[in-house]
Design a binder for this molecule. Structure first.
Ligand code: S3P
Length: 441
């Protein structure tokens, strides 16, 4: 454990650059490993989650090497040619690594065992086991709470796998991506229908690597089809900055009086940018400068100024486009004027922690007024007054986003907020504390 108290700060001023997008970093290593030849990646997020993906692709035969800061070279083996790993694949804390790799393994003649930390081992895997079983893969999973299927699990891929048409029962980019990745080595057309759009990085990048993938919008939702067996061509990829990492600094600058922070290199893919929309609805001053395209994704620099925020009722339809940003949105709500109501967030209960109960407990301990409901939080803000802060440490539950959200609450508190453990931050944002300490002098 590495505890730390995040203390109140004066105005945040300066320019920072956020590290590479976690979702895109995972996918660039996975697809690079499935293309024949060398894929070069710059701006890769070198967090523990992405390193778990790199180690797993190495264990299955790809050459994955770091050539400089954020610069990586992947020599892929080709779709269908991954090797049997000799040891269990350790996924650490990373649900994305686990679920997407399960998709890849599902259509290879490979037996693989997936293990992870206590947080990951409590998360439901039935959501990918169901469609991948329909494609022919077989699974032996552990049994978690309420009969859920969890890690450790061992799976055997199918050759050939069977193409399916699968309608997502939960809005999940991980489940969508698992099925599409399984479809890469499945003869015929694999179809995923998503009633609600989720992040589309897999679709964009699969097309970029030359897969035959097409999308139609129908009344029942987005229909995504991929034709296997695919030949992927190696690519040169520049990973844009992660909007989910930027979100902590956006909220910090909005909350701390006198702040003005320029956050460079923020990915603003519409399937990810919900937090910017919602914070603007609350009155946040967030200006987009220098809009451009990086790695096939829209990017801009964001100039954020301290603002007086007002509570709102958040439209549950925006949830998928800001699914990882609710912990920090709850912090913003705790200092807004009036009440913020969120609903439709049952998915937050199966993230790295139960983020509704973890944030309700942490914010309450810091002096906020929070009511937890089955599918959301209702928070009545202070109207800009600092939160009292915590006396003892709050529990971060091996969840990087709980830790970072509450660190920001600490800056906007009177007495500071103490975290039981800052180590989980390294899964997605190893330089978080350094950037924060640089601004909050
Ligand atoms: C991710 C999808 C989301 C998100 C996670 C990354 C991805 O999960 O919470 O941090 O890269 O596909 P779900 O698909 O389970 O919502």
């Amino acid at each position: 454990m590495r505890p730390r108290r995040f203390r109140p700060t004066g105005a945040l001023k300066g320019t920072i650059r956020v590290p590479g997008d976690k979702s895109i970093s995972h996918r660039s290593i996975m697809l690079g490993a499935l293309a024949v030849g060398e894929t070069r990646v710059t701006g890769l997020l070198e967090g523990e989650d992405v390193l778990a993906t790199a180690a797993a692709m190495r264990a299955m035969g790809a050459q994955v090497e770091r050539t400089g800061e954020g610069a990586w070279s992947v020599h892929g083996v080709g779709v269908g040619s991954l090797l049997q790993p000799q040891a269990p694949l350790d996924m650490g804390n990373s649900g994305t690594s686990t679920r997407l790799l399960m998709g890849i393994v599902a259509s290879h003649p490979i037996t693989a065992t997936f293990i992870g930390d206590a947080s990951l081992s409590a998360r439901p895997m039935g959501r990918v086991i169901d469609p991948l079983s329909q494609m022919g893969a077989s699974f032996e999973a552990s049994e978690g709470a309420n009969g859920s299927q969890t890690l450790p699990l061992t799976m055997r891929g199918a050759l050939p796998a069977v193409p399916i048409e699968y309608r997502l029962p939960v809005a999940s980019a991980q489940v969508k991506s698992a099925v599409l990745l399984a479809g890469l080595n499945t003869p015929g057309i694999t179809t995923v229908i998503e009633p609600v759009p989720t992040r589309d990085h897999s679709e964009r990048m699969l097309r970029g690597f030359g897969a035959d993938l097409w999308v139609e919008d129908s009344r029942g939702g987005r229909v995504i089809r991929i034709r296997g067996e695919a030949d992927l061509k190696p690519q040169v990829i520049e990973v844009p900055g992660d909007p989910s990492s930027a979100a902590f600094f956006i909220v910090a600058a909005l909350l701390v009086p006198g702040s003005e922070v320029l956050i460079q290199n923020v990915g603003l893919n519409p399937t990810r940018a919900g937090i910017v929309t919602v914070l603007r609805q609350m009155g946040g001053s967030i200006e987009e400068l220098n809009p451009r395209e990086v790695g096939g994704e829209p990017v801009a620099d964001l100039l954020v100024r301290h603002s007086e925020l007002t509570g709102i009722t958040v439209d549950p339809a925006v949830a998928p486009s800001m699914i990882d940003e609710f912990p920090v949105l709850f912090v913003a709500a705790a200092l807004a004027q009036g009440t913020t109501v969120t609903t439709g967030l049952e998915e937050l209960r199966v993230k790295e922690s139960d983020r509704l109960s973890a944030m309700a407990a942490a914010l309450t301990a810091a002096g906020a007024r929070v009511t937890e409901t089955e599918d959301g939080l209702t928070i009545t803000g202070t109207g800009g007054e600092r939160l009292a802060g915590t006396s003892g440490p709050i529990a971060t539950h091996l969840d990087h986003r709980i830790a970072m959200a509450m660190a920001i609450a600490g800056l906007a508190s009177a007495g500071g907020v103490e975290l039981d453990d800052t180590r989980p931050v390294a899964t997605s944002f190893p330089v978080f504390e350094a950037l924060l300490d640089g601004l909050a002098r």
